[in-house]
Write a new protein. Structure first.
Length: 166
């Protein structure tokens, strides 16, 4: 019997009020596609201080990424015009460990069209906006497969990729 590919789900979804229900849907979809979902927040984390709890969450999530065959990341805008910084770290960590990464909720427009400009080509804070025709920073765009679509579409692409590797 073939082992189910283990997929770590990265993204700001963990901050959503309905994350528990969302996590249940993720696990169901993954199961239907022959994938095993590894979701942040599956373990109850305890500690004596907020700092200790934060450290444990970090350690648990890194261990989950280490045990994963691949990472699926939600790169929607989060608190601004860029993806969640924790998600971006997880993507970079996974790539550094040789894991395949897919990103979903990728904008259709390039960065110039997404970010409000002050002067042409510069954001309102005076920083240049990358003009490579990419929907995300070039480091993300070339580190991962950018999927146009939602989580379900991304998981279907991951399942097809994995089926082709057998």
């Amino acid at each position: 019997m073939t082992r189910q590919p283990r997929i770590y789900l990265a993204g700001p979804d963990v901050f959503a009020r309905d994350y528990a229900a969302h996590k249940t849907r993720i696990k169901q979809w993954c199961g239907e596609l022959g994938l095993l979902a590894l979701c942040p927040g599956d373990d109850e984390v305890q500690g004596e201080s907020k700092s200790e709890i934060a450290r444990r969450i970090y350690e648990i999530n890194v261990a989950l990424i280490e045990s994963a065959d691949a990472v699926v990341a939600n790169v929607r805008d989060f608190r601004g015009h860029e993806p969640d910084s924790g998600t971006v770290f997880e993507i970079g960590y996974a790539v550094g460990r040789g894991k395949k990464v897919w990103c979903y909720n990728t904008p259709v427009q390039d960065l110039l069209a997404q970010v409000p400009q002050g002067e042409p080509g510069y954001c309102r804070e005076g920083m240049q906006i990358e003009d490579f025709g990419l929907p995300r920073n070039l480091m993300l765009a070339h580190a991962a497969e950018l999927v146009q679509g939602d989580l379900r579409a991304c998981l279907e692409q991951v399942a097809r990729w994995h089926a082709g590797r057998r």
